[in-house]
Design a protein around this ligand. Sequence first.
Ligand code: NAD
Length: 435
Amino acid sequence: MKIGVIGTGYVGLVTGTCLAELGHEVICVDALPQKIDLLNDGGCPIYEPGLIELIRKQRQAERLSFSTDLAAMAPDRDAIFLAVGTPPGPDGEADLGFVRAAVRDLAPHLAGFTAVVTKSTVPVGTGDQIDAMLADLRPDADVAVVSNPEFLREGSAIGDFLKPDRIVVGTDDLRARETMQALYAPLTDGGAPLLITDRRTSELIKYAANAFLAVKISYINEIADLCEELGADAARVAEGMGLDARIGARFLEPGPGFGGSCFPKDTDALLGTGRAAAVPLRVVTAASEANRERKRLLAARVAAVAGELKGRTVAVLGLTFKAGTDDMREAASLELIPELQRRGAKVRAFDPKGMEAARDLLPGVAFCRDAYDAAKSASAVVILTEWPNFRTLDLKRLGAVVETPLLIDMRNLFHPEDATRAGFDYVSIGRPAVA
Ligand code: NAD
């Protein structure tokens, strides 16, 4: 099938490349010429494991190409995916400016039957708005507007796309339904469940799923706080909870609070939807507030064990919102580090993939060669992102360069006994310290 993708960010680029991998002929378009130039030169504007290799493979197979020319891409496509950003607006509601602009750009060039598929995460009713826009701009166009929310996770996006837990498609249009079924047949033939609903339901599934995951994280984080006060072990509590099939073991890892481009913005957007519909969403409100407060208090957590921070050095290991990505959006580091600095600490930091993006966002930070370099003369070392390489740090070597052997592990990467044996005062999340 002939596919177009508008937006070559984390979602658009992965979607386009993976649809090419499924055998479709895909053209990805972006408004930023520098992104398209980089892609056409064999580069990749984002870090996502395995992506650059898959892009190369699909370009060589001539199934994948990149362009800024929407007019040339649009006319003969079976489906065109909208994968542009939907950032938070001033009140937390999703800002649909990029979606509307993309629809306006696209409308004049539609020809033949086209499924216009919204991959971006958009509030309920956005499909109706796009329908109305297209009817206004191009009353003659033969289009069906489809919702097809994306559930991939940065860091494992390719696997998530090619082996999804489910594919959700929202449409009442028979031709669009057949187009989407044919498009995803290589995945559904392999066993991926395809859930077809009306468009509004499909739009809401994405928000309801993300908000539920946000609730799960905030829940285990508060249980971890309780464990710290009561001398219980949150990891074992989570294990004991997770063995219940109704609960499940995943997403029960306490940490510094959720970040990234999805959970904070999507919970806020859902709350906006609830407000507009006059339906109180108290559970989601609480999860969102608990998370905001948790991130606000990260520096206080450090000060509570490290003492006075003025004039002292704090090493921060990990800046991105999670491992496996260079994405800094809503990362905990953006809350922790400025507050450490405000309290007078000097911050030295290292991240395997995030430092380029972090440089502009975190002024005054010394960006270091590696974790050992960051830890030089530190009064506390804080692990903030769960990069696998941090798990295998040589704690003896780390201990030799710090000023004070205090390790604050906000991702529970180490066994308390191992860290203590290596000479560190070790503080983790929701686990008792070793005496
Ligand atoms: P992103 O900011 O990384 O990428 C968006 C891209 O769209 C950019 O390259 C931008 O230049 C381009 N763009 C904007 N307007 C355009 C236009 N008019 N024409 C052509 N290109 C245009 O965003 P993202 O992280 O890929 O997210 C995209 C959407 O997918 C959002 O709605 C997000 O909520 C959703 N989503 C994201 C994830 C994730 O993990 N990042 C997961 C699931 C869903």
